[in-house]
Design a protein. Structure first.
Length: 411
C-alpha cells in the first residue's frame, strides 16, 4: 500500500507543480500577444482572440468574427545538486497549443471557443539517480475546451461567462527500494502509474472601458478531477502486479484583475494581478483498493502573481511589446517540494511583436525567459517496499525559455 500511495502522491504533486507558466503547474502560454507583455493586462485584451480563455467579456468590446491558431515551445532546464548521482537535466520540452474562434450570434451576443493546454509538464531523470525512488519520468497533459459568450450591456460595461471541460492524462514512473529483498542494484523495483479523468468548470468576467482606460475582472472556477488509474509494480523477487487506485485532485480557482491605459494613440501601459487558490491542496486522500485510506498533509498555500508591461505601435503594421511578471510558488517549504517538479518563486521577462499584412491577417511572436528562485529539497517521501523512508536532500537549479507564435484572421 505504501508503494502505491507514494506513486499517487507523485501523480497529484504533478498536478500542482510546474517549471513554466504561472504558479504551480498552471501554464500561462494561452495566447502569444499576452506573452509579449509577460501576461500584463490579461483580462483587458480586446484586440486579440485569446479573451475567450482569459476573460470572455472582452469579446463584446470587439465583436468582429475571427480565428487564431498557434502554440508555444516551453523549454525548461532542471538540474539537481546534492545527493549523487544527480540525474542529469530533467527538463523536457512541452508544446502547449492554442486555438480560438469568435463569431456573432444575432445582434447582441458574441460567441467564443478556445482550445488550450492550461496545465502540463514533462520531466525525466536518469534511471539510477539519487532521487529515483521519488521520480524518474513524469508526463502530464490537460487539454481544455472553453465555450464562452459575452454581451455589451452599456455605459462601457461588458459581461461574459463560459463553460469549461478538461481531459487529464498522466504517466509517472519511479524506482522502489525493496532493501533486503535483492542484492545490490537488484533490490530496486519499478513502478509505473497511469491515470485519466474528465473535469468541468465555469468562468465569469466583466470589462469596463472608459476613455483611454480598460479594467477587466475574471474568475475561473476550480475544476475537480476524480482520477482513476492503475499501477504496474515490478519487484526484485516476484512477477509484476497491477493495482487499481483512485484519488481526487481539485485544480485551483483563479481571480484575475487587469488594467490597460493608452498613454498616447500609439503607446499602451498595462498591469495585472492573479490570485490562485492552491490551498485546495491542503491534504491528499488516496483510496487504495482493498485497504485503508491514506491521508498526507501537503499544506500548499494561496499565491499571487503580478505583472507590468507595455505595447508600442511602430506603424499601422508593426507593434512591439515588453513586460515583467513575478509569480509566487505554493510550495511552503523544502520538506514539501517534489522532484517531479521542484517548484519555486519565479520571474518572467518578456518581449514580443505583431505584424499585420492586410486583409484581416496578422501574426504575433513572443519570447519569455524565466529564472527560478531557491529550490532546496529535504523530502522523505520516496517509494519503499518497507517501513523506512528514502530521503532526497539537495537543491534544484531551474530556468525556462518560452517561444510562442500565433496567426490570426479577422473577418
Amino acid at each position: 500500500m505504501q508503494v502505491l500511495y507514494n506513486g499517487l502522491i507523485g501523480l497529484c504533486a504533478l498536478g500542482v507543480a510546474g517549471t513554466a507558466g504561472a504558479a504551480g503547474f498552471e501554464l500561462g502560454e494561452q495566447g502569444t500577444r499576452p506573452l509579449g507583455t509577460a501576461l500584463a493586462g490579461i483580462g483587458t485584451g480586446t484586440e486579440e482572440l485569446s479573451a475567450a480563455f482569459w476573460n470572455p467579456a472582452g469579446m463584446a468590446a470587439d465583436p468582429r468574427p475571427g480565428v487564431a491558431a498557434g502554440g508555444s515551445v516551453v523549454s525548461p532546464a532542471i538540474e539537481f545538486s546534492g545527493d549523487t548521482p544527480d540525474g542529469g537535466d530533467a527538463g523536457r520540452d512541452g508544446y502547449p497549443p492554442q486555438v480560438y474562434l469568435r463569431d456573432q450570434m444575432g445582434k447582441d451576443l458574441i460567441l467564443g471557443f478556445a482550445l488550450n493546454a492550461p496545465f502540463g509538464l514533462r520531466t525525466e531523470y536518469d534511471a539510477d539517480w539519487a532521487g529515483r525512488y521519488h521520480a524518474i519520468e513524469s508526463d502530464l497533459q490537460v487539454i481544455q475546451g472553453t465555450l464562452s459568450v459575452a454581451k455589451e450591456v452599456g455605459n462601457g460595461l461588458s459581461l461574459g461567462g463560459g463553460f469549461v471541460i478538461q481531459q487529464l492524462d498522466v504517466t509517472l514512473t519511479n524506482a522502489v527500494d525493496f532493501g533486503g529483498q535483492g542484492d545490490g542494484p537488484t533490490r530496486d523495483g519499478n513502478s509505473k502509474i497511469t491515470g485519466d479523468s474528465h473535469g468541468y468548470g465555469w468562468m465569469l468576467g466583466a470589462l469596463w472601458e472608459q476613455g483611454a482606460t480598460k479594467v477587466g475582472v475574471a474568475y475561473h472556477s476550480s475544476v475537480v478531477h476524480d482520477i482513476s488509474g492503475s499501477q504496474r509494480l515490478e519487484t526484485p523477487v516476484s512477477p509484476p502486479n497491477t493495482l487499481p487506485a483512485s484519488t481526487r485532485l481539485d485544480l485551483p480557482g483563479r481571480l484575475i484583475v487587469g488594467i490597460r491605459h493608452s498613454l498616447t494613440p500609439n503607446w499602451r501601459a498595462m498591469a495585472s494581478a492573479q490570485w490562485t487558490e492552491w490551498s485546495t491542496y491542503d491534504q491528499l486522500k488516496v483510496e487504495v483498493s482493498g485497504s485503508d485510506n491514506v491521508v498526507k498533509e501537503k499544506k500548499w498555500e494561496d499565491v499571487w502573481s503580478f505583472a507590468v508591461g507595455t505595447e508600442y505601435d511602430l506603424s499601422d503594421r508593426w507593434m512591439i511589446s515588453a513586460g515583467y511578471r513575478f509569480e509566487q510558488t505554493p510550495v511552503p517549504d523544502k520538506e514539501h517540494r517534489d522532484p517531479r517538479l521542484p517548484d519555486s518563486d519565479r520571474q518572467r521577462f518578456a518581449v514580443g511583436g505583431s505584424y499585420a499584412w492586410g486583409g484581416g491577417w496578422s501574426a504575433d511572436v513572443a519570447y519569455n525567459y524565466m529564472p527560478f528562485g531557491d529550490a532546496k529539497i529535504d523530502n522523505p517521501d520516496g517509494a519503499t517496499g518497507g517501513p523506512a523512508p528514502t530521503i532526497l536532500n539537495g537543491a534544484f537549479d531551474l530556468t525556462a525559455h518560452v517561444l510562442s507564435a500565433q496567426v490570426n484572421k479577422r473577418f
